[in-house]
Design a protein around this ligand. Structure first.
Ligand SMILES: CC(=O)N[C@H]1[C@@H](OP(=O)(O)OP(=O)(O)OC[C@H]2O[C@@H](n3ccc(=O)[nH]c3=O)[C@H](O)[C@@H]2O)O[C@H](CO)[C@@H](O)[C@@H]1O[C@H](C)C(=O)N[C@@H](C)C(=O)N[C@@H](CCC(=O)O)C(=O)O
Ligand code: ATP
Length: 434
């Protein structure tokens, strides 16, 4: 598809049904994304501005079909929201640019529309938080922290699959779900050779959540993005490429700035687990056995078609989460959670060598840092039930294990974060990781 620019011909929102439609033009082709929020209980004054930001975030799915040289925003946005737009495209599509060898995307020309008037007022959402649930260990830790602290979270998901629904059903907290539908022509376009690749999906889910929280008079949106999400996978042409860009701290800070500048929303969005390593989160997760039969972090289970029922057992994320949970769950429990023993399978060794930094770059998946994998390995090498397993013994013979100080640092939980103090206290109340 050879087009000059992605354009924004307009969007609609029906306040009686809560259905939003976002239109995107690639030349003469106009594609439409639909987000069905369900009927709102409140029409918050900041809602329309949040829908503007969502209109921009969701555009990345359509931009990537043709990857034109320009994005012409057209719609009025606050000037101080533009750094978020630039980062969303240039960094959020970094993996897409790398995989498709489209270097210009890293410096994409983003043409702003007229600047919007500053928001009429500043609002700080009060009320029960909206906790975004992804079905894996991270959001379960957040759900439990908020509930135990008496903050009475509402559990939230975009397009919940049976896993997310089952995880929410374990908790007594109420739920709110939103349906997001990509333009159905996207699949046909991909089949006929349009570009494909990763997009910053967490930015989209985050803004859907902020809009949903406003529609029901709720408090801040609480994500479960961890410290390691900010660490890039590789450097290409002098730029960091991060699969998890929209889960990282810079993306969180940009989005908070855009929400304040364009919608007048303060403290409306943060990640509770930001200061924690994946290993620390796995240790906290191990305290709660009630989710064992449903928790699933494997992305293969979250595809729109041909999804696996739970863990696929042979992807980087399955390998990493098995490794991260093993030191804290014990063997019998972990084998029940995964339904398979990944450490007994020799074919997993090359994938584990990658996670330990012994071969290529960290995989383009939501996996922890190399240092965290090494810390997990060191803990396992000291545990009788794991140390002689095929994978653990092969890796310990090869990898340089971290020092005591490095192990201790992994569980400090004091990484940079934007969590309000009352919420930090809720997390601390879960107790020490180990
Ligand atoms: C489930 C998954 O990993 N999907 C990635 C995969 O897509 P696939 O074709 O295998 O399946 P679908 O997800 O069903 O996608 C079908 C097509 O639709 C496009 N698409 C999907 C969602 C969307 O919001 N916009 C879209 O345009 C998609 O590109 C497919 O053409 O491979 C794709 C290409 O690399 C990835 O784009 C799919 O990733 C999804 C957007 C997704 O939801 N992935 C999350 C599980 C994920 O990777 N989360 C990251 C967070 C990264 C971030 O910065 O937000 C993580 O957990 O690390
Ligand atoms: N479908 C969704 N709807 C709403 N929020 C989501 C959805 N999927 C993920 N999230 C949010 O994004 C965060 C990151 O997603 P991710 O899949 O990494 O986390 P998770 O499922 O909680 O844990 P894990 O890392 O073990 O998979 C989640 O913790 C959650 O806050």
């Amino acid at each position: 598809m050879n087009v000059e620019a992605l354009r924004f011909p307009g969007r609609e929102f029906d306040p009686s049904t809560g259905v939003a439609r976002f239109h995107y033009a690639l030349g003469d082709l106009v594609l439409t994304e639909t987000v069905d929020f369900g009927p709102p209980s409140v029409l918050h004054p900041a809602l329309d501005r949040v829908l503007d930001l969502l209109y921009v975030a969701a555009s990345t799915s359509y931009y990537k079909l043709a990857a034109p040289k320009r994005v012409e925003l057209g719609l009025p946005l606050a000037e101080k929201a533009l750094p978020w737009v630039t980062a969303l495209y240039r960094e959020g599509l970094g993996e897409f640019a790398y995989q498709n060898q489209l270097a210009y995307v890293l410096d994409l020309d983003i043409v702003p529309g007229p600047f919007a008037e500053p928001p009429a007022a500043v609002h700080e959402p009060a009320g029960p938080p909206l906790a975004a649930v992804g079905g894996g260990k991270d959001s379960i830790v957040t759900m439990e922290a908020l509930q135990r602290a008496g903050l009475d979270p509402v559990l939230f998901a975009v397009n919940p699959n049976p896993i997310i629904r089952a995880v929410c059903a374990v908790s007594p907290q109420p739920t709110r779900f939103v349906r997001r539908t990509l333009d159905p022509r996207m699949r046909e376009l991909n089949a006929t050779g349009a570009y494909n690749g990763h997009i910053p999906v967490t930015a989209i889910n985050s803004l859907v959540a902020v809009a949903a929280s406003l529609m029901h008079g709720l408090g801040p949106v609480v994500m479960s993005n961890e410290a390691s999400a900010s660490v890039p996978n590789l450097n290409w042409l002098g730029r960091d490429i991060n699969h998890q860009w929209s889960k990282g701290l810079p993306a969180e800070a940009h989005l908070r700035d855009a929400l304040l500048a364009h919608a007048g929303l303060q403290e409306a969005y943060f990640s509770l687990l930001r200061g924690l390593s994946e290993l620390h989160i796995a240790a906290l997760f191990a305290k709660f056995t009630a989710y064992d039969a449903v928790v699933t972090s494997c992305n293969a289970a979250f595809k729109q078609r041909d999804a696996t029922e739970r863990w696929c057992g042979h992807c980087p994320k399955c390998r990493f989460v098995f490794l991260a949970m093993a030191p804290f769950t014990g063997r019998e429990r972990l084998l029940k959670i995964f339904g398979t023993d990944i450490f007994a399978d020799e074919t997993q060794l090359p994938g584990y060598r990658e996670l330990m930094g012994l071969t290529a770059h960290k995989p383009f998946e939501c996996v922890g840092e190399i240092e965290e994998s090494l810390v997990a390995l060191r803990l396992l090498a000291g545990q009788d039930e794991w140390k002689d397993t095929l994978i653990v013994s092969a890796l310990t013979a090869e990898a340089a294990l971290p020092t005591d100080a490095e192990v201790e640092a992994t569980f400090r939980g004091d990484g940079p974060n934007l969590v309000p103090p009352a919420y930090l206290a809720a997390l601390e109340a879960l107790g020490a990781a180990r």
